[in-house]
Design a protein around this ligand. Structure first.
Ligand SMILES: *Cc1c(COP(=O)(O)O)cnc(C)c1O
Length: 369
C-alpha cells in the first residue's frame, strides 16, 4: 500500500460492484505472480498472444481466444475486424470507413449504453432496432442489408426488456450470414458463460478481465471464431491500426491466463454460500435498527447470480448523507444507491473482514443521526 501512502490516496472497501472507477477488482497472488514472471523477459509479442490465446481457448472450450486491453477494447477490435477483415488498406484507413462495404452494426434500442461508443470508436455505424420496450423479429430482418457488418448484443441490466431472445437473434443473423458479438463484460459468474454464448452460436463473447475474473484491470477476454480472432489480431496492437492505441502487454496476457485458470478452479458454490451468509448477517443486524429495513436482493445489478442486501431507510434518514458518510470514513466504503431512499450492499468484492467493517460503520452512522 506504499503508493497510496506516498501519494495520499485512500484505499476503499468496495461494497458496490466490480466497477472500473473503483479499480475493478483486486488481483489474487497467482495473478500477480504470473504478471511479475512475464514482466522479466523479452518475448515476441505476437507469439505470446497466439499461444496464450490457444491456451485460453482450450480452457474455455472455444475455437479461439484473444487478449484485449479491456472488454471495451475487445468490442472496438471486433468491430474493426468485422469491417476491415484482413484487408491491409482497410486496416490502415479505419476509423475512416470510406469505400468499406460493411460498416453497420445492429443494436437493440433497449441495449444502447455507454459501451456502444466502443463500436463507433472503430468507425462503425450503430443501427438501432426496436423500441425501448419491444422489438419485432421483422425489425431485425429489415435492418440487415449488404452494409451490415454484425449484430452487437449487450448482456446485462439492459437485457430482457424490449429485446428479442438471444437465440432468436442468432438464428436470424446466421440465416443472413451476419456475425453476432455478445458483450458479456460483467457476465461472470456464472463461470459457464465463458462457453455458453459461443455454444449458443454467437460468433464471439467478450468478457472484462478486470471484473470478477480478477485479472489485470486493463485486460479483456475475447472468445469465439478463429477467423474473426485472426482478423482482430491484424487490427490490434502491435500492428499500426485502430487497435494500436489499445496495446495489451505481455503482463496482461500472462495475468489474464492465470486469472482464467484460477476462476475455472474456484469453488463457485462455496463462494455463493459465503455471499449468502454475509447478506443474511447484514439483513438480520440492520433490521434491528429503527426506521431501517434490509432484505435480500437477487440477482445483482449486472444480473450476476449473487445476492446483495437492499437497505431501505425511512424518513427522516437521508440516503445521500449516509452514502457520503460511508465514503468519508476511514477506511472509505463505497456502496450503490438505489432508486428510492435505499442503498445496496454487495458482498462480491469484499476482502476477509470487510463485511463486519461495513456493517458496524453503517450501524454507527444510523445510530448517530
Ligand atoms: C464493464 C463493462 C464493459 C467494459 O469492460 P472493460 O473491461 O472495463 O473495458 C463493457 N460492457 C459492459 C456491459 C460492461 O459492464
Amino acid at each position: 500500500m506504499s503508493i497510496h501512502t506516498e501519494l495520499g490516496i485512500r484505499p476503499l472497501i468496495n461494497a458496490s460492484a466490480t466497477l472500473t472507477r473503483l479499480g475493478g477488482s483486486v488481483m489474487p497472488p497467482e495473478v500477480l505472480a504470473a504478471m511479475q514472471d512475464a514482466a522479466q523477459y523479452h518475448i515476441e509479442l505476437d507469439e505470446m498472444q497466439r499461444k496464450v490465446g490457444a491456451r485460453l481457448a482450450q480452457l474455455t472450450h472455444n475455437e479461439a481466444a484473444y487478449v484485449a486491453t479491456g472488454a471495451a477494447a475487445g468490442i472496438t477490435l471486433a468491430a474493426a475486424a468485422l469491417m476491415a477483415g484482413k484487408n491491409p488498406a482497410f486496416i490502415q484507413q479505419l476509423p475512416d470507413t470510406t469505400g468499406i462495404p460493411k460498416t453497420e452494426f445492429i443494436v437493440h434500442k433497449s441495449h444502447r449504453n455507454g459501451y456502444d461508443h466502443a463500436i463507433r470508436a472503430a468507425g462503425g455505424k450503430v443501427v438501432e432496432i426496436g423500441a425501448s420496450l419491444h422489438t419485432h423479429e421483422w425489425e431485425l430482418t429489415h435492418a440487415i442489408n449488404e452494409h451490415t457488418a454484425g449484430v452487437f448484443w449487450f448482456q446485462g441490466a439492459m437485457t430482457g426488456i424490449g429485446d428479442l431472445p438471444l437465440a432468436k437473434v442468432i438464428e436470424i443473423a446466421k440465416a443472413h450470414g451476419v456475425p453476432v458479438i455478445v458483450d458479456a463484460a460483467a457476465q461472470l459468474p456464472p463461470v459457464e458463460n465463458l462457453w455458453k454464448f459461443t455454444q449458443m452460436g454467437a460468433t464471439m463473447a467478450i468478457f472484462s478481465g478486470g471484473k470478477d475474473l480478477r485479472g489485470p484491470q486493463a485486460s479483456g477476454l475475447c472468445v469465439g471464431s478463429a477467423e474473426l480472432i485472426s482478423a482482430m489480431a491484424m487490427n490490434g496492437s502491435p500492428n499500426h491500426s485502430v487497435g494500436r492505441a489499445m496495446k495489451v502487454g505481455k503482463e496482461e496476457m500472462a495475468g489474464l491466463l492465470a486469472a482464467v485458470k484460477r476462476y475455472l478452479a474456484l469453488d463457485h458454490e462455496a463462494r455463493l454460500l459465503e455471499c449468502e451468509r454475509t447478506v443474511a448477517k447484514w439483513n438480520s443486524a440492520l433490521c434491528q435498527l429503527p426506521g431501517v429495513c434490509a432484505e435480500r436482493s437477487w440477482p445483482n445489478e449486472a444480473g450476476q447470480p449473487l445476492p446483495r442486501t437492499r437497505v431501505v431507510f425511512d424518513p427522516p434518514y437521508d440516503r445521500d448523507a449516509i452514502v457520503a458518510k460511508l465514503m468519508a470514513g476511514e477506511p472509505a466504503i463505497a456502496v450503490a444507491s438505489g432508486r428510492s431512499n435505499d442503498i445496496y450492499l454487495n458482498p462480491m468484492s469484499l476482502e476477509p473482514g470487510d463485511a463486519e467493517v461495513v456493517l458496524n460503520r453503517l450501524i454507527d452512522i444510523v445510530n448517530s443521526r
